[in-house]
Design a protein around this ligand. Structure first.
Ligand SMILES: C[S@@+](CC[C@H](N)C(=O)[O-])C[C@H]1O[C@@H](n2cnc3c(N)ncnc32)[C@H](O)[C@@H]1O
Length: 238
């Protein structure tokens, strides 16, 4: 039998009674139970293009920032870190950082720990596995410190306040906006747009589309990638 609106209202009231929102343990348990934690397989993100131009800037002393928003337990930021390190092995000595955030404190803690079931690494090329992972227990694999040195995990609710002030060269926000209503999605994209550097790219999920005012500010560079246009160099022909 499908639940009615009244059933759902009653469930909401039960949850509110069950969860004392001021008690962090109860609150975290509720958030953990409600949000979708896709144990996405580790795979190399479509970020090879990030490493070229961004790498040149980092080598020239510039700052490079990547944000994996709604990163779940960290597969995406570690994949991005492998991609970056494959091109820039000295990334730890450059001003290059990957911020990884999620609303769920449990997945953030898993990301920080950086230990995964071996089966999740099926999509990772063998040479990446040899270079940046090590077996820590039967069927368990840990991410190398070289990856951890450039990735920082924080809790962040995409619908709440964002503390960050600087801009990002790439923002990955995949497979979370799909759970928000149209107005919330539109607000989210409009908050990402000013946080992108000129030429910076927003990567979203295959089932998602940028809607609202941000659609006019970002140009599509593929089904799931949106670039913030960079101003034409001075003297360039129109
Ligand atoms: C389906 S997973 C996507 C994970 C990853 N981006 C991917 O594509 O594999 C959705 C993630 O969004 C997180 N999430 C849900 N609501 C959120 C919110 N309001 N702010 C931040 N993260 C949220 C969940 O905790 C979960 O880790």
């Amino acid at each position: 039998m499908n639940p009615t609106v009244d059933d759902l209202a009653q469930l909401g009231a039960e949850l509110a009674r069950w969860c004392d929102w001021d008690d962090p343990t109860a609150r975290d348990a509720l958030v953990d139970a409600l949000v979708c934690d896709a144990q996405a397989a580790l795979a190399v993100v479509d970020g090879q293009e990030l490493a070229g131009p961004l790498g040149r800037r980092a080598r020239a002393g510039g700052k490079v920032r990547i944000w994996s928003a709604a990163c779940s337990s960290g597969q995406e930021p570690y994949s991005a870190a492998m991609t970056v390190l494959s091109v820039l092995p000295d990334a730890a000595n450059l001003d290059l950082k990957i911020l990884a955030t999620d609303i769920d404190p449990n997945v953030v803690a898993e990301g920080r720990a950086g230990v995964y079931a071996e089966t999740l690494l099926a999509g990772v090329p063998d040479d990446y596995r040899r270079r940046w992972t090590r077996d820590v227990a039967p069927g368990r694999v840990a991410m190398d410190d070289a990856l951890k040195d450039i990735v920082s995990f924080k809790e962040l609710n995409l619908i709440g306040e964002w503390p960050m002030k600087g801009r990002f060269d790439a923002i990955f926000c995949r497979n979370v906006a799909i759970y928000f209503d149209d107005a919330t999605q539109s607000r989210l994209w409009s908050r990402f747009a000013p946080l992108l550097t000129p030429g910076g790219v927003l990567y979203i999920g295959h089932s998602e589309r940028v809607n609202g005012p941000a659609a006019a500010e970002l140009e599509t560079t593929g089904v799931t990638a949106y670039r913030k246009p960079a101003p034409a160099p001075a003297g360039a022909l129109p």
